[in-house]
Design a protein around this ligand. Structure first.
Ligand SMILES: [Zn+2]
Length: 85
């Protein structure tokens, strides 16, 4: 069974944001989608981000995650993978 290191998850945090922004190439989107299926912490973070982004986009079109959100996302991912150990 393949184990993903938390460091590889952290490298994907920026990808997750771009994924939600719809700014990734098709190959990068496939990478994120595949990781999401194999990594529960990332799947949970993505699901909650998607809910947030959808809600915000209803209010304001063209919203992008600010730098602070990207940092708290990284922290959430670290906490999630630490809990799994
Ligand atoms: Zn992950």
């Amino acid at each position: 069974m393949k184990e993903l290191e938390s460091s590889s998850c952290r490298r994907r945090v920026a990808l997750l944001c771009d994924y939600l922004d719809g700014e990734l190439s098709a190959s990068s989107r496939r990478l994120v989608a595949a990781h999401r299926r194999s990594c529960l912490p990332c799947a949970q973070v993505l699901a909650s981000l998607e809910r947030t982004v959808r809600a915000l986009k209803r209010v304001k079109r063209g919203w992008r995650a600010p730098a602070a959100s990207r940092r708290s996302l990284a922290a959430a991912l670290r906490a999630a993978s630490a809990r799994r150990r």
